[in-house]
Design a protein around this ligand. Structure first.
Ligand code: PAF
Length: 282
């Protein structure tokens, strides 16, 4: 695997591949890679001949009181893991390369509507930062396909919208959520969990399953959401939301609608966890 700090050099390599008729898949990450990320690389491989990953902890998607400074950075093990997974190239851009005019004076991106609800309501500006960096990464790498995890369901929807709206000729490939044996969705932030919090964290997935089950019994959506929030609070979480939405993340009118999913964001101590469960998937 070749590691590129310079975008120009990576682009040369990618255009060589493409001129040979090879399809290029892309996996953007913020590093601190775990099995969930490596599954994204494997999926990218299924959709392309060459796989490029990037590691960039993007400052513009973190709020002023969020974990940008303490976000785990583990470049050596990340590089070894990507190489072992057969990734072909890694882009490691600096903040200066990503934002040559700084993060204040740079071109901004605002994806209306979908960035203001759910996580967007609790992390103002977060998804605009995500859309901004992903658009830049798409321009830098120029892939044919790019893989995003369903665990960050709202992020996936924002990126789909942005890519369509900006006419990026890139197939957006969603990847299933990988879970620990006890159901906890894999996330770099799980390592913030202290002591008993790790065990308590499994309650998020249990609550998502409870919401799916209640929906199966035809209970009203408001009642399911209120019960889920109460259960999480009793278990020690501070709940940002526990909601049932349509696949486009708009509010569902009835529990009978097809394509519904439950989404939860909740804090346990200093750790904010998110997860979701699509009711009609396996
Ligand atoms: O999901 C992530 O790791 C990040 O939000 C992404 C897509 C790499 C953008 O910084």
């Amino acid at each position: 695997m070749n590691t590129f700090k310079s975008v120009a050099e990576l682009r040369r390599r990618v255009s060589e591949w493409r001129s040979q008729g090879q399809r290029v898949g892309f996996v953007p990450t913020m590093g601190n890679l775990h099995a969930g990320h490596f599954a994204l690389v494997e999926l990218a491989r299924q959709h392309s001949d060459k796989v490029v990953a990037s590691i960039f902890v993007n400052p513009t998607q973190f709020g002023p009181n969020e974990d940008y400074a303490r976000y785990p950075r583990t470049p050596d093990s990340d590089i070894a893991g990507l190489a072992a997974k057969g990734c072909d190239a890694l882009l490691l851009p600096s903040v200066e390369e990503m934002y040559p005019f700084g993060t204040i004076g740079c071109v901004q991106m605002h994806v209306p509507g979908i960035t203001d609800i759910l996580d967007g309501a609790h992390r103002p500006g977060h998804f605009n930062g995500v859309a901004q960096v992903v658009a830049r990464l798409f321009n830098m790498v120029q892939p044919d396909a790019s893989v995003f995890g369903r665990k960050d369901y709202q992020q996936l929807q924002v990126i789909r919208y942005m890519a369509t709206e900006m006419s990026f000729p890139i197939e957006i490939v969603p990847a299933p959520t990988l879970r620990e044996p006890d159901g906890l969705a894999m996330s770099s932030r799980n390592q913030y969990l202290q002591g008993d919090e790790r065990q308590t964290a499994t309650f998020i997935y249990q609550t998502l399953c409870f919401m799916r089950e209640q929906r199966g019994h035809g209970f009203p959506i408001d009642a399911i959401e209120a019960e889920a929030e109460q259960r999480l609070t009793m278990a020690g979480f501070s709940v940002d939301y526990a909601e049932i939405r349509r696949s486009d993340l708009m509010r569902a009118k009835s529990p009978e609608e097809p394509g519904l999913l439950a989404l939860i964001a909740a804090r346990l101590g200093r750790t904010r966890l998110i997860d979701n469960l699509e009711f009609d998937s396996a």
